[in-house]
Design a protein around this ligand. Structure first.
Ligand SMILES: Cc1cc2nc3c(=O)[nH]c(=O)nc-3n(C[C@H](O)[C@H](O)[C@H](O)COP(=O)(O)O)c2cc1C
Length: 198
């Protein structure tokens, strides 16, 4: 089941925008993040939640989508995320956030997929603009944005040959293809040991 969840947990960038995601759902996702691992258990992450059209619009315009899809400026009106979770680092607790935000986002995305939703982690953020628009205090570092909604696109994983092109692409049917490096490329042989059979 976990394998199935992980496989279904793709980066989705096109959504049924009018499929609402409630504050309760967003809160439940943050609760999954809260129960996740944290470096030195500092738990320096804080969250801002958005599921209303006006705030969503402010967030959307500060995000960069799918850099490899050069001719695609991001989802058009009608296919935009219905909700966002902003992942912030509270510098009043610590100024280093380890990889807590990545782990938190993965927990929240898996929870979203389990609920029939999906999303995309975004690090391409106009941080100063977003800070200004949402009046986010300097104390909070903007780490990642999680875009969420009911996915409106098919995303297909493809195994590539070792050294193959890792750039994702879209076909004429708008199916999004994501190449993944094979196990034999990413598991390195331990010196003096027989490599695993892959
Ligand atoms: C830390 C991180 C930052 C990312 N930032 C962006 C981003 O700014 N914009 C975007 O469209 N996708 C972003 N992605 C999504 C990746 O492009 C995506 O994970 C990758 O293409 C593999 O697809 P998959 O998630 O379906 O396996 C990010 C993913 C991660 C983990």
């Amino acid at each position: 089941m976990l394998k199935d969840l992980v496989h279904r947990n793709r980066s989705y960038r096109r959504f049924y925008q009018d499929h609402k995601v409630s504050m309760e759902t967003l809160t439940a996702l943050v609760d999954l993040a809260r129960h996740s691992a944290s470096g030195a258990n500092l738990q320096s992450l804080k969250y801002l939640l958005s599921c209303d059209a006006a705030t969503n619009a402010l967030i959307f315009k500060r995000l960069g989508w799918a850099a490899y899809l050069r001719d695609w400026p991001g989802p058009p009106e009608g296919e935009r995320p219905a909700a966002y979770i902003l992942v912030l680092g509270d510098t009043a607790i610590h100024d280093h956030f380890f990889c807590d935000h990545g782990i938190a986002c993965q927990s929240m995305l898996l929870g979203a997929v389990e609920k029939g939703l999906g999303g995309c982690i975004l690090a391409s953020i106009n941080r100063s603009g977003l800070r200004r628009d949402l009046a986010i205090e300097e104390r909070f570092e903007i780490l990642l944005v999680l875009a969420l909604g009911k996915p409106r696109e098919k995303v297909q994983i493809e195994d590539i040959e070792a050294g193959g092109d890792i750039r994702y692409w879209r076909d004429e049917q708008m199916v999004h293809h994501v190449p993944k490096r094979p196990l034999k490329e990413i598991i390195l042989p331990m010196k003096g040991k027989t490599p695993p059979c892959l």
